[in-house]
Write a protein that binds this ligand. Structure first.
Ligand SMILES: [Zn+2]
Length: 341
C-alpha cells in the first residue's frame, strides 16, 4: 500500500488538492440541480430558441497517444484558442476543460445569451446531471458553479454531431488538434481520476511485461500454454450464467492444481501417477488418451472442432479461452465418467 501511495508522489505538484472534497466547495443545490441540455438542430429552423441571437461557443478536445489538447471557437468575436494539457488527462477531462474555458470567455465578454456546443454527448450529460458519481470531479463542478452564478446570463449547452460538416465544429476540431501539438502545457491541475487511471495503466504494463519475461520460471505452463497474455478482465467475466462450481473446476484444471493422478503423486497425496489403464494420469490423458473414459454423446474431437477449437486438440487449447459450450462439454464429460477434479 505504501508502494502504491508512492506512485502518486511524482504527480504531487500537478494534482488538484483542497482542504475538502470538491463537492463541498460548491453550493449543494448547484452541484445537484439538473441543467437541461438544449436539443439543437443547427442546420434547420430551431423551434426552441433562435440561435442567431445567441453567442455560440464551440468547444472540442483531442487526444492522440500522450498528446492532449483542446480548442475554443467563438464565431461572433472571432475568438480562437488552442491549448495543450497534461498527458495524463483523459479525453473526457479535456472536453470539460474546453467547455469551462469557452464559458469563461463568453462570460468575460458580457454576452447575455450563450450556447455552449460540444460534440461530446457524455460530457454534456455529465455536466447536465451533475450528481452521477462525480462528486470529486472538480472541473465539472466548477462549470456548474459558473453556470449557476452567472446571474442574468442565459446559458444553454447543446450537443452537435462531430465530423458532420458544421463549420464551427470543424474549426474547433482543428483548434483542438493544434492544441495537442503545442510545446507548452497549460498548467491546469490534474483530476485524481486521471492520475489513478494513469497509475493503473502503468502497473498493468509492468505486470504484462513480467508475464512475458518473468524473473522466475514459476507458473511457466500457465503463462505459456493457458493464459498467454495478461488479460484486462478475468477470463470468466463474460460467462455470467455459468455455475460458479463449474468455473472453480475449470480454474483448477487451468492451473493444473486438480485431482489428476500426476499432480496428486507430485504433492504426495497418492503413491502413483498412473491411471488404471496404465498411462500417466494427467488432464490430456483423461480427456484425449485414456482407454477407460467414455465420451457422452459422440466424439469429443468432432464436438470440440465444431466449437472452433484450435488444433492440436489438447487440454491447453481447450482451456485457454473456454467458451460456455466448451465448459458445458468438459463438465458433462467429467460427470459422465464420475471424475472429480
Ligand atoms: Zn487412463
Amino acid at each position: 500500500m505504501v508502494q502504491a501511495f508512492n506512485m502518486y508522489l511524482p504527480y504531487r505538484n500537478r494534482l488538484y488538492s483542497g482542504a475538502t472534497f470538491p463537492c463541498f466547495n460548491v453550493d449543494f443545490f448547484n452541484s445537484i440541480a439538473v441543467i437541461k441540455p438544449l436539443k439543437l438542430n443547427i442546420n434547420r429552423e430551431n423551434a426552441e430558441i433562435d440561435i442567431l441571437t445567441h453567442c455560440l461557443v464551440f468547444t472540442d478536445a483531442s487526444k492522440q497517444g500522450e498528446r492532449v489538447g483542446f480548442g475554443v471557437y467563438i464565431p461572433k468575436i472571432n475568438y480562437k484558442f488552442s491549448a495543450k494539457l497534461h498527458k495524463e488527462m483523459c479525453i473526457a477531462t479535456a472536453e470539460t476543460i474546453a467547455i469551462k474555458e469557452g464559458l469563461r470567455v463568453a462570460l468575460q465578454r458580457a454576452f447575455t445569451k450563450v450556447i455552449i456546443l460540444s460534440d461530446s454527448l457524455s460530457e454534456i450529460s455529465k455536466i447536465a446531471n451533475g450528481n452521477s458519481n462525480t462528486k470529486m470531479d472538480y472541473i465539472m463542478l466548477q462549470v456548474r458553479e459558473m453556470m449557476a452564478k452567472s446571474m442574468g446570463v442565459a446559458i444553454r449547452m447543446a450537443w452537435i454531431p462531430g465530423h458532420s460538416g458544421i463549420e464551427g465544429n470543424e474549426k474547433v476540431d482543428s483548434l483542438a488538434k493544434i492544441g495537442k501539438d503545442l510545446n507548452i502545457r497549460l498548467n491546469i491541475k490534474l483530476d485524481i481520476h486521471d492520475v489513478r487511471n494513469t497509475i493503473l495503466r502503468d502497473i498493468t504494463n509492468v505486470i504484462r511485461e513480467r508475464w512475458k519475461n518473468p524473473i522466475q520460471d514459476k507458473g511457466k505452463r500457465y503463462r505459456k500454454l493457458i493464459q498467454r497474455n495478461f488479460p484486462n478482465r478475468r477470463w470468466f467475466s463474460e460467462l455470467a450464467y455459468i455455475d460458479r462450481r463449474h468455473i472453480t473446476t475449470i480454474i483448477r484444471m487451468r492451473t493444473g492444481h486438480c485431482a489428476a493422478g500426476e499432480h496428486l503423486a507430485r504433492i504426495g497425496v497418492r503413491d502413483s501417477p498412473f491411471c488404471e489403464c496404465g498411462g500417466v494420469e494427467n488432464l490430456n490423458h483423461i480427456f484425449f488418451e485414456c482407454l477407460i473414459t467414455k465420451v457422452p454423446g459422440g466424439d469429443l474431437y468432432v464436438n470440440f472442432r465444431s466449437f472452433g477449437l484450435n488444433l492440436p486438440l489438447c487440454v491447453e487449447n481447450m482451456l485457454s479461452t473456454p467458451s460456455a459450450e466448451i465448459i458445458q462439454m468438459v463438465i458433462c464429460f467429467l460427470d459422465y465418467n464420475r471424475i472429480k477434479l
